[in-house]
Design a binder for this molecule. Structure first.
Ligand code: IPM
Ligand code: MG
Length: 376
């Protein structure tokens, strides 16, 4: 394929994707579902360790619902780096089919081979799942009570730099080109979700973050569409920032507590949410929800921590992040009281235990036992 044919193919695929999005308006109403199937996926590295914690905690917290058949916790096997490499598929077909039979997913981190890892260059399983299940909003709360910080990030989750992240071209030895995609439907549905959250939570401030001065087409479109959606929410204070100064604002204690809901394109959202999570106490402490119309997937914000496994200190992994994601999942399906019970136990664990992730302090097992004891 010449690179002009390659580009033509990319454009065709994106046009077809937009057609599909325009044609589908699926929306699961969890309050009306007789049975909710939650698929649990271990992932790689520290994944099985933190997922074991989360499963045990949910089994206790939801014991009645599991016994009555209202909720099923279903283990989904096979989303491991070994199996993905053996099959040379980012998400093997049989695993994807099993995933699509669930309503919700709780997922441990999966390893993405990077340059220099000497592994086949398969795409990130996260990126594939977000795309395959059309999980368009990546929602990441960060709360730091002592600094009066209450942030929630709405990161676009299927477009931007990620839509074609593994379909860039090496034109020749000297030039490589990647692509970034912004669509009207993709941006508006994200902006709408963020503004709805802001409205339903006391008209919180909304900040739109782009680099529209440089990425004029894609970020320019993102910014103006978010501003257009904002017009439907006259009670909400809206401002916009370039991503570089926003990175600075978040560590500026003079002003950081004035931000609430932050809307960002995919890659900036990836970077800024790690920064924000670090301010809260580390990437091990923050949960993350990937929300779509039909499916939703909840996961830890961090990766599989291969270095912890190599150093033999996997037992010291912090299960807080995946359990915070479980709180978001319970809220998503309307189990507000269960969510509050778990949240309180997690806050207590964060207060009482120390899991810095360097092989000192408490273990994942300590964490799980502490939380289990506070659930009843
Ligand atoms: C995240 C992660 C992923 C991303 C990786 C694992 C592909 O960093 O969920 O933030 O870049 O989105
Ligand atoms: Mg990230």
């Amino acid at each position: 394929m010449t690179y002009t044919e390659h580009f033509e193919q990319i454009v065709k695929d994106q046009l077809a994707r937009v057609e599909r999005l325009l044609a589908s308006s699926e929306m699961t109403d969890f309050s009306k579902k007789e049975k909710i199937i939650i698929g649990t996926i271990d992932g790689d590295g520290i994944g099985p360790i933190i997922m074991d914690s989360c499963r045990k905690i949910l089994e206790k917290l939801l014991a009645d619902e599991i016994a009555s058949g209202k909720i099923e916790l279903r283990t989904i096997d096979g989303l491991t780096l070994e199996n993905r490499i053996a099959k040379m598929e980012t998400v093997p077909q049989d695993v994807l089919a099993a995933i699509k039979e669930c309503d919700l997913l709780l997922k441990g981190p999966t390893t993405t081979p990077g340059k220099g890892d000497n592994l086949p260059n398969i795409e990130s399983a996260n990126v594939t799942l977000r795309r395959e299940l059309d999980l368009f909003a990546n929602v990441r709360p960060v709360v730091i009570p002592e600094k009066n910080i209450d942030w929630i990030f709405y990161r676009e989750n299927t477009e931007g730099e990620y839509a074609l992240g593994s379909r860039g071209v090496d034109i020749n030895e000297d030039i490589s080109i990647d692509f970034k995609v912004t669509t009207t439907i993709g941006t508006k549905r994200l902006a709408r979700a963020a503004f709805e959250y802001a409205k339903n939570n006391g008209n919180k401030n909304v900040s739109i973050v782009t680099k529209a001065n440089i990425m004029k087409k894609t970020d320019g479109k993102f910014l103006s569409l978010c501003q257009e959606v904002a017009k439907d929410y006259p009670g909400i204070k809206v401002d916009d920032w370039y991503v570089d100064i926003m990175a600075a604002n978040l560590v500026n204690d003079q002003i950081n507590s004035q931000f609430n809901v932050v809307i960002l394109p995919n890659l900036y959202g990836d970077i800024i949410t790690d920064e924000a999570a670090q301010l809260q106490g580390g990437v091990g402490t923050a949960g993350s929800a990937n929300i779509g119309g039909r499916y939703a997937m909840f996961e830890a914000i961090h990766g599989s921590a291969p270095r912890m496994m190599e150093d033999g200190i996997g037992e010291y992994a912090n299960p807080a992040s995946i359990n915070r994601a479980a709180v978001m999942m319970l809220k998503h399906i309307g189990f507000v009281q269960k969510a509050a019970i778990l949240e309180k136990a997690l806050d207590a664990a964060q207060e009482a235990l120390s899991l810095p992730g360097d092989g000192t302090g408490n273990t994942a097992t300590d964490f799980t036992a502490f939380v289990l004891e506070r659930l009843s």
